[in-house]
Write a protein that binds this ligand. Structure first.
Ligand SMILES: [Zn+2]
Length: 242
């Protein structure tokens, strides 16, 4: 018998209540620990299911009112579930119909969930848009999900519920910038490995608001911290300097 439980997180004037169903559900797949990576191996034999705690709803309240994050999902996708906290952090997996989240104590985590909710809403439109190349399509997808998140965020804030009480306007902007830049770096990393070291497309598509070389270097370092591939790091960092 699975037992329902709740967790309460206090953040500024917010009380965040996470209601767990007591079930563990599949939110994705990963290679088994025993898996050895090699160039000619794209088999799925070693894939294992990743499971995380299923969440019935997340309630956020202060003295002006309460919101239920499940109410932000489109009605026809009510079978979409929140799963977390999981180590991969925020994400929307269409195939599993799950929105994962990381540690809700961290500032930006609620904004991150609003972004994933944005993905759920706009997802279908993007699959059918064949007019853009892959990178442009992904960049548009990410930017629009942020647009959706920001409009929700601003609407709640006007109503007296600031979902990121420890962020000022600059903090919000920085958070979104880092998210979009990490997609840019991610994309160039994939490009680097799929084109034998030649990164052809150097247009900034995800974040177009300007960024310093130090910021990019720091982010690449962070991004590649577990990879330690200095050649890839150098190539990606060079691709930002036309
Ligand atoms: Zn996204």
């Amino acid at each position: 018998m699975h037992k329902k439980r709740t967790e309460i997180i206090q953040k500024g004037d917010l009380k965040i209540t996470v209601i767990y169903t007591g079930n563990e559900v599949v939110y994705g797949y990963a290679y088994a620990d025993s898996h050895v990576m090699s160039d000619d191996d794209y088999g799925d034999d070693d894939m294992v299911e990743k499971e995380g705690p299923e969440v019935e709803d997340i309630l956020i309240e202060n003295k002006t009112g309460t919101i239920h994050l499940s109410d932000l999902l489109p009605n026809k996708l009510k079978d979409c579930r929140f799963v977390g906290p999981v180590d991969c952090g925020d994400g929307y997996k269409e195939s599993e119909r799950v929105i994962t989240f990381g540690d809700l104590h961290i500032d930006g985590s609620i904004l991150g969930i609003l972004h994933e909710v944005g993905h759920v809403w706009i997802n279908e439109r993007y699959h059918s848009d064949g007019s853009l190349n892959y990178k442009k399509k992904m960049a548009k997808y990410e930017r629009h999900a942020w647009g959706h998140a920001l409009s929700l965020f601003n609407q709640f804030k006007r109503d007296g519920l600031n979902l990121e009480p420890n962020f000022d306007a600059q903090g919000i902007k920085k958070f979104i910038k880092e998210s979009l830049l990490s997609h840019e770096i991610d994309h160039r990393y994939d490009e680097y490995f799929s084109s034998e070291g030649d990164i052809k497309n150097t247009d900034m598509e995800f974040w177009t608001g300007g960024v310093s070389e130090e910021e990019i270097d720091d982010m690449i370092k962070e991004f590649l911290k577990n990879d330690l591939n200095s050649e890839a790091s150098l190539a990606i960092s060079k691709s930002f300097r036309k």
